[in-house]
Design a protein around this ligand. Structure first.
Ligand SMILES: O=P(O)(O)OC[C@H]1O[C@H](O)[C@H](O)[C@@H](O)[C@@H]1O
Length: 527
C-alpha cells in the first residue's frame, strides 16, 4: 500500500526547491543548444502525438529531481491502487474508475457482484445500439420520420467534456463521412440559452438527452422542464423525444418519461465522465459508435503509457511534475492552454473544470490544511486568436504564465488556400513555432516598451491531425496529468465540496429565506 504524505514532508521536494531558477531557458533555447533540446526533450504519446518540453525550465538535474519526487511520492503505485479499485475519493468514499470505461489496466473491479468493466461496456453497447437504431430509422418520431438533431441537456461534467469533444470532431466527421446528426447543447439556467437552442432546431425531428449523474441538478431539471414545455406546446409527446443518461440510483432512473435510460455510476466523477455514457450517447448519435470507440481507444493507449515508472517515458506524469516544479518551486499561479486548432475551441473550458474542480483544494485528502500551493488557475483560447488579445500580458506582463500549446500538422477538412507561398495551415503552424521561441528567448531592445525578456516557459503537444484517437489520447493525457498532480499534493482530486455553498444560498434566495447582504442582493436582482 502506498503511503500518502504532504508534499512538504518529502525529502525529494526539499531538494527540488533548491533548484529554483536553475535553468535559464532564454539561453538554453538559443542557437544550436536550443535546436538540440527541441529534438531531445520529446516524449511519445498515444495516437502518434508527442509531448515536447524543450521550452520548459528543465535540464537533466531538474528532471532527475522530478523523477526522485515521482518515486518518493509513489505516483505509479497510487495510480495502480486507483485502477484496481481502491477508495481514492476519500471525501465521498468512492472508487475512481473512469479509466475502466476505456480499458482494464489491472484486476477486475467487482462491486456488489457486478464487474465494473462489464457494466461500462454494456452501457456503451446500449448507447451504440440506440444510436444505430436512430440512424437506421428504427427509432423515429411519432410520424415515423427520422431524427436529424440531438440536443444534450446537462451542465458541468455533463456538458463541457461532451461539448468539447463534439466540436473537436464535427469537421473531422464531415470530412470522413461519419457525420450522422447535428448536436446542440443546453446547459445554462439562463432561459435565453434554452430558448435560443430550441429556436434553432426543428423540434419534431430532435432528440433530447437529459444528462445528469445525480439527477438532481437544478439547472438541468429546469432546462428539461423548459424543453418538455416547448415540445408539448408544439403538440409533440416529450417521452417520444427524450432519453436520459444518469446513475441507476438517481431520480431520473425511476422515471418512465424517456425512450430509454443509459447508465453511469458514482465511481466516475462528472468531469471525468465524457468517456462514459455521458459522452457516449451524444457522440455515438452524432458521429456513430465507431467514432466514440476510437476516442476510447486513444484514451486507453495513453492510459497504458501513464503506468510507466520511467518518468521520461510517461508523458502524463512528466507534464504533471513539470507543472509541480512551476507551481511550487517557481511560484507561477496560472497555466494557459493554447490549442492551435479551432476544433479545440472548447477544450480549454473542459480542462478548466477537470483541473480546477479536481485540484482547487487547500486541505489534503485527510481534511488537514496544506502549507503549499495547489492547483493553478487554468484558462485558454485557440491560437492564433489569443495572439491578438491576451498574449500581450503573456509576453510582457508582470506574471509569468506557463503555456501549454497544442498543434497539428494537417487540418481536418483539408480545404485551404495558398497565398504568398504558404497555406493557412502553414501560417497557423508557423505562428505556434514562432510563439514558443519568442516566449522562451525574447528579444532585447533598448526601448523597454519594445523589450521582450523571454524566459517564459511552454510545452507543445504535436500531432499529425486531430482524429478521434488523437482526441482520446489528448483527453486522457490531461486527466492523468491532473491525477498525478493531485497525488503529489496529497489531495483528494475527485470530490468538489467547494461548489455546494453557492447552491445552498441560491435555494434560500429562491425560497425568500434571506437576511443581511443576501436579502439586499435579492432585492437588487428583483428575485
Ligand atoms: O451530472 P450532474 O449530477 O447533473 O452534475 C453536474 C455538475 O454539477 C456539480 O455542481 C458539480 O460541480 C460538477 O462536478 C457536476 O459535473
Amino acid at each position: 500500500m502506498a503511503t500518502w504524505k504532504n508534499l512538504d514532508t518529502l525529502a525529494s521536494y526539499g531538494k527540488l526547491t533548491g533548484l529554483k531558477d536553475h535553468v535559464n531557458i532564454a539561453e538554453a533555447m538559443s542557437g544550436e543548444q536550443g535546436a538540440e533540446r527541441v529534438k531531445k526533450y520529446s516524449a511519445p504519446m498515444a495516437a502518434g502525438l508527442a509531448y515536447n518540453y524543450a521550452a520548459k525550465e528543465v535540464d537533466e538535474t531538474v528532471l532527475d529531481a522530478l523523477a526522485e519526487l515521482a518515486d518518493e511520492a509513489q505516483l505509479i503505485d497510487k495510480f495502480e491502487e486507483l485502477y484496481n479499485g481502491a477508495v481514492i475519493n476519500t471525501g465521498e468514499k468512492r472508487m475512481v474508475l473512469h479509466h475502466l470505461a476505456r480499458t482494464q489496466l489491472g484486476n477486475p473491479v467487482v462491486v456488489d457482484g457486478v464487474d465494473k468493466r462489464e457494466f461500462y461496456l454494456a452501457q456503451q453497447k446500449k448507447a451504440a445500439d440506440f444510436a444505430n437504431k436512430v440512424h437506421a430509422g428504427e427509432i423515429t418520431n411519432e410520424n415515423g420520420e427520422k431524427f436529424t438533431t440531438v440536443v444534450q441537456i446537462g451542465i458541468g461534467g455533463s456538458d463541457l467534456g461532451p461539448r468539447a469533444l463534439y466540436i473537436a470532431l464535427e469537421n473531422w466527421a464531415k470530412a470522413n463521412n461519419t457525420f450522422k446528426m447535428e448536436a446542440k447543447f443546453i446547459s445554462n439556467v439562463d432561459p435565453d440559452d434554452a430558448a435560443a437552442v430550441l429556436a434553432s432546431v426543428d423540434l419534431a425531428h430532435s432528440l433530447f438527452i437529459v444528462v445528469s449523474k445525480s439527477g438532481t441538478t437544478l439547472e438541468t431539471l429546469t432546462n428539461e422542464a423548459f424543453v418538455k414545455d416547448a415540445l408539448t406546446k408544439a403538440g409533440l409527446n416529450p417521452s417520444k423525444h427524450m432519453l436520459a443518461v444518469t446513475s441507476e440510483t438517481s431520480p431520473l432512473a425511476k422515471s418512465d418519461a424517456y425512450l430509454t435510460a443509459i447508465f453511469m455510476d458514482d465511481y466516475i466523477g462528472g468531469r471525468y465522465s465524457s468517456v462514459s455514457a455521458v459522452g457516449g450517447a451524444i457522440l455515438s448519435l452524432a458521429f456513430g459508435p465507431e467514432v466514440f470507440a476510437a476516442i476510447l481507444e486513444g484514451a486507453a493507449e495513453e492510459d497504458k503509457l501513464a503506468t510507466n515508472k520511467n518518468l521520461l517515458e510517461n508523458p502524463d506524469m512528466l507534464d504533471a511534475l513539470i507543472g509541480i516544479y512551476e507551481r511550487n518551486v517557481q511560484g507561477y499561479p496560472s497555466t494557459a492552454v493554447l490549442p492551435y486548432s479551432q476544433a479545440l475551441s472548447r477544450f480549454p473550458a473542459h480542462l478548466q473544470q477537470c483541473d480546477m474542480e479536481s485540484n482547487g483544494k487547500s486541505v489534503n485528502r485527510f481534511g488537514e490544511p496544506v502549507d503549499y500551493v495547489t492547483g493553478p488557475v487554468i484558462f485558454g483560447e485557440p491560437g492564433t486568436n489569443g495572439q491578438h488579445s491576451f498574449y500581450q500580458l503573456l509576453h510582457q506582463g508582470t506574471n509569468i504564465v506557463p503555456l501549454q500549446f497544442i498543434g497539428f500538422k494537417k487540418s481536418q477538412l483539408g480545404v485551404d488556400v495558398d497565398i504568398e507561398n504558404s497555406t493557412s495551415q502553414q501560417k497557423l503552424c508557423a505562428n505556434v513555432a514562432a510563439q514558443i521561441v519568442a516566449f522562451a528567448c525574447g528579444k532585447k531592445d533598448e526601448n523597454l516598451n519594445k523589450n521582450f525578456e523571454g524566459g517564459r516557459p511552454s510545452s507543445i503537444i504535436v500531432g499529425e491531425e486531430l482524429t478521434p484517437k488523437a482526441l482520446g489520447a489528448l483527453l486522457a493525457h490531461f486527466e492523468n496529468k491532473i491525477m498525478f498532480q493531485g497525488f503529489v499534493w496529497n489531495l483528494n482530486s475527485f470530490d468538489q465540496e467547494g461548489v455546494q455553498l453557492g447552491k445552498v444560498l441560491a435555494k434560500r434566495v429562491l425560497a425568500h429565506d434571506t437576511d443581511g447582504a443576501l436579502k439586499v442582493y435579492s432585492d437588487l436582482l428583483n428575485i
